[in-house]
Write a protein that binds this ligand. Structure first.
Ligand SMILES: [Zn+2]
Length: 186
């Protein structure tokens, strides 16, 4: 499952990257229809808070409307509507540009602080923007957050089991995201 986040969902988009999902984030102010076309072309689930995006003819194929501005609530909503696993492939992608990370070589390792080099284990880097990532306090805190959300989602599903007609394990299926609002044709 791949995602495309509109500009209002940049934080959520970076967290989806932290969980390992291929997630593009709109940042160039392009218009709604261009965003929808991009999501269809790249087969991405389009996450948006913009109700207008659900009114296009093709929107029911892949648009998921989220209705809050709180990160925790967004996480719950996207977890319920799409089968997000917050422990999917943690810290395998660049948080800045979405590129899959590679293990850093000796030269790249030298760019991190000396004291960290002595203590840290795996060091990764982004082959696209050259950002270097290592296990440290920040990653630990983010990992804990991902674990917390995983527990929250498990509790949520215990309280609200999936619908019986929901296909198990279907990677591209989102849950009951189809808009209840009337369509306008384009
Ligand atoms: Zn990068």
């Amino acid at each position: 499952m791949k995602f495309l986040c509109d500009e209002m969902l940049q934080r959520l988009g970076r967290w989806l990257r932290a969980a390992g999902y291929d997630t593009e984030i709109i940042s160039d102010g392009r218009d709604d229809y261009e965003i929808l076309k991009l999501s269809l072309k790249e087969d991405r689930v389009l996450l948006t808070c913009d109700r207008a995006l659900t009114e296009y003819r093709d929107a029911d194929k892949n648009v998921v409307l989220l209705e809050t501005d709180s990160l925790d609530k967004l996480v719950k909503q996207v977890s319920q509507k799409c089968q997000v696993n917050w422990q999917f492939q943690p810290f395998s992608r660049c948080l800045s540009c979405n590129t899959v990370l590679k293990e850093a070589d000796a030269t790249q390792r030298k760019t991190i602080p000396d004291d960290v080099q002595q203590t840290t284990g795996l060091v990764n880097y982004c082959p696209s923007c050259n950002k270097v990532y290592w296990d440290g306090g920040h990653v630990e805190r983010m990992q804990k957050q991902l674990e917390n959300w995983t527990r929250t989602v498990e509790l949520l599903f215990l309280a609200h089991p999936r619908k019986s007609n929901q296909k198990e394990g279907s990677p591209n299926t989102c849950w009951d995201f189809q808009s209840q609002f009337p369509r306008i044709k384009i």
